[in-house]
Design a protein. Structure first.
Ligand code: ZN
Ligand code: ZN
Length: 365
């Protein structure tokens, strides 16, 4: 942590303690269904892992160790400084005109532009300079955006995996809601529709795990992940979290959201029998004693790739915001080792450069 970071760490920690004490009031889950095992009267839990989210004392221990040890180290093994990350300008004219080819473009972190059957989908859109509730503090974007939101094709669907700031950015949502040609349809986990409506966003479709709806010609399913949700100390696990499956006769795509490793992925592989492309997180995994329940490391990411039976996986949730203790570029070295360890071909699980687009051949499943 840098010097200004250290100066704000102590007051921030004190604020967290005060807010956590205030947050001990009871919540009611208005969508509680006792027949669903991830539902609770006061919110949601994971299928297989711990309930999601760490006690404040554990969070403070991590903050302390992080500040004491000066973590994370700067990226140095693979790229020289933050400017060393290559950023490509997407072929925007092609993307705007494309109506029939399946494409995937990595904007950065968990934000991908996916085009399937003429439908433009944006996952976990985050176009702000910081992934936090305010723009003067919090994790800063370390690699420039390859394209602005306004430069992208008009977005038809937005999928949101959960309420954390690196996945749900208010300014980006409001910009999308006023895009030329009308707002996209926002697909959100159960409970998040309340937050969206509070922002004045009405074109919202909410999903519980395994809900499937046909939207814009795509079969859309919300699927479990092992994670948690919160935007303030008062709303922990009040809205659901999870991944998204988008299926079309010519192409199928899976976005895993934010997740620890669990049997959920074997369930997803069994249910769908595989995907053409999966976006799976490979970053924000250290220290393991803190992160393991909620964020996979590259080895676990490759296990997810195998469990869900993806033809090709793209590593996401890395190289953009410095959220945890590993160097921002560490997945570049860790992923090939993980692939070799599990006998996965180099091209079956890849990392994109920021802004990189791949065009996929039409397939049927
Ligand atoms: Zn998260
Ligand atoms: Zn995240």
């Amino acid at each position: 942590m840098n010097a200004p970071g250290r100066r704000i760490a102590a007051p921030l920690a004190a604020l967290c303690v005060a807010l956590a004490l205030l947050a001990s009031c009871a919540h009611v889950n208005p969508d509680y269904d006792p027949s669903r095992r991830h539902h609770r009267p006061d919110g949601f839990v994971n299928n297989y892992g711990p309930a999601g989210g760490k006690p404040l004392s554990t969070l403070l221990t991590w903050f302390y160790q992080r500040a004491r040890d000066g973590l994370p180290p700067p990226p140095s093994t693979h790229v020289k400084g933050y400017e060393g990350f290559p950023v490509r300008k997407p072929d925007l004219a092609f993307l705007r005109a494309n109506r029939d080819q399946a494409t995937v473009t990595w904007i950065g972190h968990a934000t991908l532009l996916v085009q399937i059957g003429g439908v433009n989908i944006l996952t976990d859109p985050q176009f702000s300079e910081r992934a936090f509730m305010v723009q003067f503090m919090g994790p800063k974007r370390r690699v420039r955006l390859p394209a602005t939101l306004a430069e992208l094709p008009r977005i038809d669907l937005v999928t949101i995996s959960h309420s954390h700031y690196d996945h749900l950015d208010r300014a980006t949502i409001l910009a999308l809601n006023t895009q030329p040609g009308g707002p996209p349809r926002f697909l959100v986990p159960l409970g998040m529709e309340r937050w969206m409506r509070a922002q004045g966003v009405d074109n919202v479709e909410r999903f519980d795990w395994w809900d499937t709806k046909t939207i814009a010609g795509l079969q859309v399913t919300h699927v479990p992940a092992q994670h948690w949700s919160a935007r303030t100390p008062f709303d922990r696990n009040q809205s659901l979290w999870g991944g998204w499956v988008l299926r079309h006769p010519t192409f199928s795509f899976y976005h895993a959201g934010d997740t620890g490793y669990s049997r959920d992925f074997a369930d997803i592989g069994l249910r769908f029998g595989g995907f053409d492309v999966a976006a799976i997180p490979v970053g924000a995994y250290e220290p393991r004693w803190f992160m393991q329940d909620q964020h996979v490391d590259p080895d676990e990411a490759v296990r997810i790739h195998l469990d869900v039976k993806a033809r090709q996986s793209i590593g996401m949730h890395w190289g953009t915001f410095e959220l945890t203790d590993e160097p921002l570029d560490e997945p570049i070295g860790r992923l090939p080792t993980a692939r070799r360890g599990l006998g996965v071909a180099d091209d079956a699980f890849v990392l994109f450069e920021h802004g990189e687009t791949r065009v996929y051949p039409k397939r049927s499943r």
